[in-house]
Each structure stands twice: as structure tokens, then as C-alpha cells.
Design a protein around this ligand. Structure first.
Ligand SMILES: [Zn+2]
Length: 290
């Protein structure tokens, strides 16, 4: 037990250490923003440390963790079609996909916030200053802050890895009830893409080093980045081989892939990692008020 407490104490210090280091360099800030960006060295190292602790102190009895969610509607003047019940449906959708991870979400009692800005998701994504300016006033540090946008150009949504401990998720309203939203929440709880690192280096399809290669999760098979697929029956279009000529056999159903509407599930090990991060890193910092 003492060992466990020491481990939890050490991991509680990790975000602080990383945060301080990152704040010294403003350009490092965006390196941790997720979506279509290469994994930063900071998070790579941090995640290795988290996984090592998780293996040492696995959480056996997973009671359901509840997280309050504060909605921020960006550009509500143009947003004539978004109704409160849309958010309820979005939350139900999220809860149905996270119940097997023992994580659930509730609205904060205070209700929604409105940010009057004509900027879209891309504007926030591309500028740390824009994000900071429009979020700092009403940011609720005891909740997950969900920013819903009327509009986007290329970026449908993004969030921050837990290294920064910024509890913010940004999503365009048309994606509130599709796998992209669940995917972002997966990143929020620390998961990498199933194709991570395949972008820059062709990985080995064999399962050796699965804990440190790719997404560092052993029950998600290696996934070639940018593979074509047939959405109707969720199968790969064409064949993809690693450098030794072995076939890639990715799971097209995994939420952390890019296989569109085929994405319907997290793997058991992804669920365990999210739960560990939710409990040890995220949850103690949020006052549960629901
Ligand atoms: Zn992503």
C-alpha cells in the first residue's frame, strides 16, 4: 500500500513537472495538441512512465468514475440549429461508448456557456493564443470543458494529451454524435492513434515491442497510416505490408484509428489505460458535483 501511495504521489508530480517545462516554451504548447500531428517527445516519455506505473499498480476493482462536462457553445449567434437536447443526445452517445471503460459523463449544474466569436475549430487549433484568449474567462477547471463549434474547415476536433492537464475538448457540432467525438475523448484520456509512428517509420507487424512501439498497447494490431478501406463492410482496400513483407491486419473497428464510421470500440487494454489515467491523473483534480 505504501508503495502504491508513493507511486501515486510520483505520478501526481509528473504533470506539474512537464507543465512547467512546457510553459517555458510557448511553441511547445501546440506540440501536445492532438489531431494529425506527430507525437511529441514529451508525451511519449510521459506515457511510458504512466504505463510502467500502471503495470506495477493495476487497478483491479474499477468503480465507475463520473466526470462533469461543461458545454461552451462557440458562435451562438450563427448557431440557430443547435438545441439543448442535441447536447443530451451527444452525452448519451458518449456514455454508451464509455460505459465499458467504467467512465461516465454528466452535465455541470450551472448549464451552458456561450462564446461570441466567429472563429471555427481550425482557428483555435492553429493558434494557442486564440484558444487561450477565448477559453480563459469561462474555463471550468473542475470539469471537462467541451467547446462546440458551428463550423470547421479541416480540423473537425482536437484536444490535449493529459501532459498539460488542460481539460478541454474542441469539436464541430456535426461530429457530436459520431466516432470522431469518442476518438477525441480517447486522446483526452491519454490514448494514441493505432497507427502512431507508422506515419514516420514503417513498423514491424510482429508483436515484439508492442508496449513501446506504435500506440504502446499490445491488444491493438499495428495499423498502416493512411490505408484505403471500404466503409460499407469495414475491410481494407488493397494489401499493406511491413518492411519484412508481412501483412498488416489492423482492427478497423477501433476508435483510435481513422477508419470512419467503422469505429465502434476500444480494446480492453485501451480501456484499462484510460481508466488508470482518468483515476490517477484526471479525477483527483475535478470536484465531482453531479
Ligand atoms: Zn486523433
Amino acid at each position: 500500500m505504501r508503495k502504491l501511495l508513493l507511486g501515486l504521489f510520483l505520478i501526481a508530480l509528473l504533470p506539474l513537472a512537464c507543465q512547467r517545462q512546457l510553459q517555458q516554451d510557448a511553441t511547445a504548447y501546440k506540440k501536445n495538441v492532438v489531431h494529425g500531428v506527430v507525437l511529441s517527445d514529451d508525451y511519449d516519455v510521459y506515457l511510458d512512465q504512466i504505463i510502467a506505473l500502471q503495470q506495477k499498480f493495476p487497478i483491479e476493482n474499477q468503480q465507475i468514475l463520473r466526470f462533469p462536462v461543461k458545454i461552451h457553445v462557440v458562435n451562438p449567434l450563427l448557431n440557430s440549429e443547435l438545441r439543448d437536447e442535441d447536447f443530451s443526445e451527444a452525452l448519451n452517445f458518449l456514455n454508451s461508448n464509455f460505459i465499458s471503460s467504467n467512465i461516465q459523463f454528466d452535465f455541470v449544474k450551472e448549464g451552458n456557456d456561450y462564446i461570441y466569436s466567429e472563429r471555427n475549430v481550425d482557428h483555435f487549433y492553429k493558434s494557442a493564443n486564440v484558444e487561450e484568449f477565448f477559453t480563459k474567462k469561462t474555463y471550468d477547471e473542475n470539469a471537462i470543458n467541451l467547446y462546440v463549434f458551428d463550423d470547421y474547415k479541416d480540423v473537425i476536433g482536437y484536444t490535449h494529451y493529459p501532459v498539460l492537464n488542460l481539460n478541454r475538448i474542441f469539436i464541430s457540432k456535426v461530429h457530436l454524435q459520431d466516432p470522431a467525438f469518442v476518438h477525441e475523448m480517447g486522446h483526452f484520456f491519454g490514448l494514441l492513434h493505432t497507427f502512431e509512428k507508422e506515419i514516420t517509420q514503417q513498423s514491424d507487424v510482429s508483436d515484439q515491442n508492442c508496449g513501446s512501439n506504435g500506440d504502446k498497447i499490445c491488444d491493438t494490431p499495428p495499423d498502416p497510416f493512411g490505408a484505403s478501406f471500404i466503409e460499407k463492410d469495414c475491410s481494407l482496400f488493397g494489401e499493406y505490408h511491413d518492411k519484412s513483407g508481412r501483412d498488416y491486419r489492423p482492427n478497423l473497428n477501433n476508435f483510435m484509428s481513422y477508419y470512419g464510421s467503422c469505429r465502434t470500440q476500444f480494446s480492453p487494454q485501451q480501456q484499462d489505460l484510460m481508466y488508470f489515467i482518468a483515476k490517477v491523473i484526471k479525477h483527483p483534480k475535478m470536484r465531482v458535483r453531479v
